[in-house]
Write a protein that binds this ligand. Structure first.
Ligand code: NDP
Length: 290
């Protein structure tokens, strides 16, 4: 690989250390540690791993966590009641409902139940609107982490062509918004599954953020030589040569590293940043009470 490897683990570790210092300062001023509640519905194994990692990172940073587990069979009404109990609890600063929720529950409704001042995932319509208006309260963690990586590696954005593949509320859409905000100043195109000429669109990109959820979809001939490529995707695929019989891959083929100027690895790129930004949002939520 000739591209510079963007080491999300190192950047995230630095950010987590800053959060630890800030959490302790906030704790002194509000008389308790910042606190995050995580609601997990059902038995999705990947969600359990994500939640465990979030708890571990919080513990290291001096952020308390509250775990609310509900069964797969949980109704919308039961989930709403759990969310509202946390909304009303003054000792909890941040609240997230781990996605995906079971099919019987509409995630759009869930987003609207969360108190916007505790919505550390930045998905409540009020927070989506604030971000779109250029006055964000909480920026969704994964795109915030991607932008942080670009900054840490001094990758210029102003006046550059940026392409984001994916238009989800949690990654693609806020990523495109962030890249086009004043001060970041990229010229942004957002691609999706109905974009007819995605390869040609990607070839124009100085910055390419891929959040399509399609394993190794972006090939080297999609990428402009020297471009910065941020791979958000994460997939576990079978690999009999590995001790676990599987390995993690992203949305970007590894050979892109021969063409790109910068590339995030999977794992160890965007993933660690998502957790670091969640900590940051939680500590900020607590700090606003100080
Ligand atoms: P979604 O499935 O919600 O959204 C995927 C987006 O990609 C959609 O907008 C979809 O288009 C678009 N898309 C799908 N297939 C194609 C294609 N062939 N060509 C172009 N666009 C396509 O996924 P998320 O945004 O939640 O996540 C994306 C990926 O990022 C996943 O692999 C997920 O696991 C990973 N992820 C990683 C995180 C991390 O911390 N590293 C955090 C969050 C997600 P359309 O709208 O038309 O359907």
């Amino acid at each position: 690989m000739t591209a510079i490897r963007i080491d999300g683990k190192v950047v995230a570790q630095r950010r987590r250390e800053q959060c630890r210092v800030e959490a302790s300062r906030v704790a002194q001023s509000i008389g308790r540690a910042p606190a995050l509640a995580v609601v997990l519905v059902g038995d999705d194994p990947a969600s359990h791993v994500y939640v465990r990692n979030k708890h571990r990172a919080c513990a290291e940073a001096g952020v308390d966590t509250h775990d609310v587990r509900l069964p797969d069979s949980c109704s919308s009404r039961e989930l709403r009641a759990a969310v509202e109990r946390i909304n009303e609890d003054d000792t909890i600063d941040g609240l997230l409902v781990q996605l995906p929720v079971p099919d019987a529950i509409d995630p759009a409704e869930v987003r609207g139940w969360i108190d916007p001042s505790k919505d550390v995932d930045g998905l409540h319509p009020e927070n989506v609107g604030l971000l779109a208006s250029g006055t964000p309260r909480f920026v969704p963690c994964t795109p915030a982490g991607c932008l942080e990586l670009l900054r840490e590696y001094d990758i210029p954005t102003a006046g550059r062509e940026a392409v984001v593949i994916g238009r989800s509320l949690i990654v693609g859409r806020p990523m495109a918004t962030l890249l086009s905000t004043k001060g970041v100043d990229a010229t942004v195109t957002m691609g999706h599954s109905r974009s007819g000429n995605l390869k040609e669109i990607c070839q124009r990109a100085d910055i390419l953020v891929v959040a399509a959820g399609q394993a190794e979809m972006v090939e080297p001939d999609w990428v402009k030589p020297g471009a910065a490529v941020i791979d958000v995707g994460i997939h576990r695929i079978a690999d009999a040569s590995r001790p676990r019989g599987s390995r993690l891959v992203g949305d970007v083929a590894p050979a892109v590293g021969e063409v790109a100027g910068h590339l995030t690895p999977v794992p160890g790129g965007v993933g660690p940043m998502t957790i670091a930004m969640l900590l940051q949002n939680t500590v900020e939520a607590a700090g606003r009470k100080a």
